[in-house]
Design a protein around this ligand. Structure first.
Ligand code: TRP
Length: 435
């Protein structure tokens, strides 16, 4: 449940619909599903295998399993990625809190599309309001983390994830009754093969990695808490299946509404924060729908935030031999500083730019487009080429007690398929070479 909680987040509900909207709907979905199947599940399984084999934080895991001077340091990249992702992800998560509050306090009801768009810009660029919500989100995450792995994370995940599913299904039913339901569903599920180009393929691959929380040590850390009986191939498949279902449900909630109210599916990142309040306002009981939706988004982001936080906390705790509370506090403070600057970088500090990007965009860019693909690539190369094949297969099959008929295919995918495909994304996204 916690692994599902990490995977399911803003990536599914906010990023997936807008990426699908910008990349041709059905065509994007088709390639995305292929990416999850061909690269996502194998990489997820590779992280889990390493985590349970090493039974320690993601930095130490590589060190313990590899004696190689380069491979033993791969873990640092993941911990750093998580800290940097925390820096901007918490900001977006804070916005969901704000919108939840505004739904009931009357801040979002009424107004035109332009007014909603403007109020989003005003809010996200103002100095204090978003900081308040962002830091509140961080405090929440901190409190769950210091509850410990089982009491805190498990309890929170077990409560929040099923609730999320129920809420999504309720919203789906609502959307399916809208006039534009047919058009919305056709857009999402009917692939227009002529729309498939290299950009669509690469966006879909990037989305698959982000959505499954890969390449940053999350699944290594979580799998270090697995029992030795856990069936990892099945667990990895389940996580991927649930994560994909949530993305699909989110699509089914959003696209019918988008077509009903004549909104462009190609809106981009502000689709959720600008368009949905507009849609909700036109629905009967709009503020209730709006509240439910943003509550959902907030829950989804908290369980992802927990995973990001726990990777860094587990590292600090075990590496520097400090208590869980102290480690969590250090991480919260570090993330807090980053978050404050990331949030302010959209407003008062917007002129402070590196490579043309403000801090918020820079954190997003550096993690999603550089560090995560490199992290996944190194992981797969390590697991496929460096690790003894027998050690890999033993861990994977619980020392032969489990039969998994894809094991051989899995090894080939780790050695060749993932490294080659990830290299393509990486090279393309950096713009070194455009396919
Ligand atoms: N997968 C989450 C989402 O879809 C985000 C996330 C959580 C993440 N932990 C991560 C992304 C680690 C990359 C790496 O919203």
């Amino acid at each position: 449940m916690a692994a599902v909680g990490s995977a399911v987040g803003l990536g599914n509900i906010w990023r997936f619909p807008y990426e699908a909207g910008q990349n041709g709907g059905g065509a994007f979905l088709l390639i995305y599903l292929l990416c999850v199947l061909v690269m996502g599940i194998p990489t997820l399984l590779a992280e889990m295998t390493l985590g349970r084999m090493a039974k320690t934080n993601s930095v130490e895991a590589f060190r313990r399993v590899s004696k190689h001077p380069v491979f033993s340091r791969i873990g640092y990249l993941g911990v750093l990625s998580c800290l940097l992702i925390l820096g901007f992800y918490t900001v977006v998560a804070g916005w969901t809190f704000q919108y939840m509050w505004e739904s009931v306090s009357g801040g979002i009801v009424g107004g035109t599309t332009e007014q909603f768009a403007q109020s989003f810009v005003d809010f996200s660029t103002s100095p204090f309001q978003p900081l308040f919500w962002t830091l509140l989100m961080l405090v929440f995450t901190h409190l769950i983390i210091i509850g410990g792995v089982q009491k805190g994370i498990e309890r929170a995940s077990k409560l929040m994830m099923p609730l999320l599913f129920v809420l999504l299904v309720v919203l789906c039913v609502n959307s399916l009754m809208l006039d534009g339901a047919r058009e919305g569903l056709l857009f999402l599920f009917k692939p227009d093969f002529s729309a498939i180009d290299s950009g669509v393929v690469l966006s879909a691959m990037g989305q698959a990695f982000f959505s499954l929380s890969l390449g940053a040590g999350v699944m290594i850390t979580y799998a270090s808490y697995f029992e030795k009986e856990v069936n990892m191939p099945r667990t990895a498949t389940t996580v991927a299946l649930l994560d994909t279902s949530v993305a699909l449900l989110a699509g089914i909630v959003i696209f019918p509404a988008v077509f009903t109210f004549g909104i462009q599916p190609t809106q981009g990142p502000n689709l959720v924060f600008v368009t949905l309040p507009n849609i909700f306002a036109q629905l009967p009981w709009g503020s209730v729908w709006s509240f439910i939706f943003f509550l959902l988004l907030a829950l989804a982001s908290i369980t992802s935030l927990i995973s990001l936080h726990q990777v860094v906390t587990a590292y600090v705790e075990e590496e520097f031999r400090v208590s869980n509370r102290k480690a969590a506090l250090i991480v919260t403070c570090a993330a807090g500083v980053l978050t404050v600057f990331a949030s302010l970088s959209l407003g008062v500090l917007n002129d402070l730019r590196v490579g043309g990007m403000c801090l918020f965009d820079l954190l997003d860019f550096v993690t999603a487009k550089i560090m995560m693909p490199v992290g996944s690539l190194l992981l797969c190369v390590f697991m496929g080429w460096r690790l003894e094949k027998s050690a890999l297969l033993n861990e994977l099959t619980n020392y032969g007690t489990l039969r998994w008929r894809w094991a051989k295919v899995f090894v080939v995918v780790l050695k060749y398929v993932v490294p080659i495909l990830v290299t393509l994304i990486f090279v393309n996204e950096l713009g070194v070479f455009k396919f």
